[in-house]
Design a protein around this ligand. Structure first.
Ligand code: ADP
Length: 367
């Protein structure tokens, strides 16, 4: 019996030491709270970041730390909820003028912790200073916006000249010349599409995207988009099944852009199986579109990130050209129309991209 107690005490000490060594090494500020929201532990990184001492921190309720700097109503509500509900606080941004370190943007995560039944009611809070990262992101956005605007103007001119050259090709021009001209036109178009994508991103970032809503025949728009993609990708079958039967009140060109993007991705990421299916349906107040391919599929981990700007999944994707912004734009367009977009997929087993858009009574009766 004694031996058993000794063994368990040792195991506990081991786990405590193990935990302490992790806490000391991580590069995030960590604090632990008890059920009264008093700080029971803080790592060196936390103390250094906020330029405080252990004495100023340990044993003090979180809300009373450093001039009550953490006493933010929304944060308080979330953290006080962690123990009763076991709901973690995820990526809560705290922007604050901290007494000793000035204005900072902190990313806060809080989780309930339990160590082999020993410390039941404890909350671990991790804090990361993202002030600099956010500033770099902002500068990157500004750069992108300026660069894409500056590139667009000369490219539009080149595009115009290529079109004029196409119209004035001499009758005796060689096949070689005609083929060069055709290729120049195709690459200028490709470049134009890329720049338009970048411009879309910077417009979304600055909140300057304009939506022109007008009722349009939704199913017809989808069929036409599928036809266009079919024509450009012989060898692939794109079946459109079902119908919504509505005149949707939205920005047709934006919605068509979403369908085109999903279809283009379905093709791009399905090098071996060439069957793509689009299913249209209406379910209680929403229209739903699903685009299914039998291609590479997407891992669970990547599924959470592919709608982020510039995110491209996995190594294999490096073989396929792209900037990782198409889905970000699609998601934003659908959100702008009050809808939702998501993906169902399994690596190696294809993907289904879905979106729903809310219908008004009037749209349902249009047909
Ligand atoms: P891009 O295709 O230019 O990389 P997107 O934003 O359209 O940008 O897509 C982001 C990432 O999501 C892609 O790089 C790819 O990894 C993944 N993805 C998108 N569509 C599919 C699909 N149908 N099948 C597998 N992966 C996909």
């Amino acid at each position: 019996m004694e031996k058993e107690i000794e063994k368990r005490t040792q195991a506990l000490r081991d786990s405590e030491e193990y935990l302490a060594s992790i806490v000391a090494t991580v590069r995030e500020g960590l604090i632990v709270l008890d059920s009264d929201m008093r700080v029971t532990g803080a790592n060196d990184h936390f103390l250094r970041t906020f330029r405080v001492t252990k004495e100023e921190t340990i044993g003090i309720p979180l809300w009373e730390l450093g001039n009550r700097q953490w006493d933010i109503p929304k944060l308080r509500e979330l953290i006080e909820d962690v123990l009763p509900t076991s709901n973690p606080v995820e990526n809560f941004e705290v922007e604050h003028d901290f007494p000793r370190i000035g204005k900072k943007l902190m990313l806060l995560n809080a989780h309930r912790i339990e160590l082999e039944g020993q410390y039941k009611d404890r909350i671990l809070i991790a804090l990361e200073d993202i002030t600099e990262r956010r500033e770099i992101e902002r500068r990157k956005d500004d750069f992108l916006s300026i660069a894409s605007h500056e590139l667009k103007t000369p490219l539009t001119t080149i595009h115009g000249y290529v079109q004029m050259m196409n119209r004035t090709v001499p009758a005796d021009a060689s096949d070689k010349f005609r083929s060069f001209l055709e290729k120049t036109g195709a690459y200028v178009s490709r470049l134009n599409d890329l720049i338009l994508e970048l411009l879309d991103v910077s417009r979304i970032q600055s909140g300057n995207i304009e939506i022109h809503k007008e009722p349009f025949d939704f199913d017809k728009a989808v069929h036409e988009a599928a036809e266009g993609i079919r024509a450009a990708n012989s060898g692939y079958t794109i079946a459109v099944k079902g119908k919504t039967g509505v005149y949707f009140n939205g920005d047709e060109s934006h919605i068509v852009q979403v369908i085109n993007n999903l279809l283009a991705n379905a093709i791009k990421y399905s090098p071996d199986n060439k069957d793509v299916e689009v299913i249209l349906s209406v379910l209680s107040g929403y229209l739903k579109v699903s685009v299914t391919d039998q291609g590479l599929g997407i891992s669970q981990e990547d599924q959470r990130k592919i709608f982020d700007r510039f995110y491209r999944a996995g190594e294999i994707q490096k073989r396929y050209p792209g900037m990782g912004i198409g889905l970000y734009i699609c998601d934003q367009i659908i959100k702008n129309h009050g809808g939702t977009m998501w993906v169902d997929s399994e690596k190696g087993k294809g993907s289904t991209f879905n979106f729903t858009l809310p219908l008004t009574e009037q749209m349902k009766n249009e047909y």
